[in-house]
Design a protein around this ligand. Structure first.
Ligand code: CU
Length: 179
């Protein structure tokens, strides 16, 4: 950009120098806004051919023993992958669960054998469907904070992602856990 202006208009025009300074400041401010917006609204992690989109969890009431975990996984590769395990310092263990309706009753069961991420496909973990369950919370996740967790995939390997903790009321659907 600056080379273009200098080549065309000459180096020492006061107007252009002023313009360049202002442009620089504007770009800097926009970059800051972009980075902070990314941090709040969408954050993404990559490992191998996988993109992990917006991992989030939910604040829990005092004494709660479990918290949910949600994100999307996009597989840009040509081979299927599989989410095998999850771990985090926030809980004793983390499980992969599936919610669904069975004989008219909402049920939740652990997913065994991992969760397949099809080649070229996208899988969403969201309230009411597949989700993570942080079981045996060592502390309550607080709204506005993030906590790290490690996701391990069969092909892509392990990746540490940050779960953004959203408000307690952020239900997004039927996601009740008896345990
Ligand atoms: Cu669950």
């Amino acid at each position: 950009m600056s080379h273009f202006f200098r080549a065309r208009f000459g180096r020492n025009r006061p107007f252009l120098r002023h313009f360049e300074e202002r442009l620089g400041i504007t770009v800097f401010v926009l970059a800051l806004l972009f980075v902070s917006a990314q941090a709040v609204f969408a954050h993404e992690f990559k490992v191998g051919d996988l993109e992990i989109g917006h991992p989030w969890s939910r604040a829990t009431p005092p004494g709660a023993k479990v918290a949910g975990g949600y994100f999307t996984v996009t597989n840009t590769g040509s081979s299927p992958d599989r989410l095998l395990s999850i771990s985090s310092e926030i809980s004793a263990k983390a499980e992969l669960h599936q919610m669904g309706v069975s004989d008219g009753v909402m049920t939740m069961r652990p997913v065994t054998g991992g969760l397949e991420i099809p080649a070229g496909g996208k899988v969403a973990l969201a309230p009411g469907g597949y989700h993570l369950m942080f079981v045996g919370l060592k502390r309550q996740p607080k709204q506005g904070e993030t906590f790290p967790a490690t996701l391990t995939f069969e092909r892509a390997g392990a990746v540490i992602v940050d779960f953004a903790v959203e408000g307690m009321g952020e239900t997004g659907g039927m996601d009740n856990h008896a345990n």
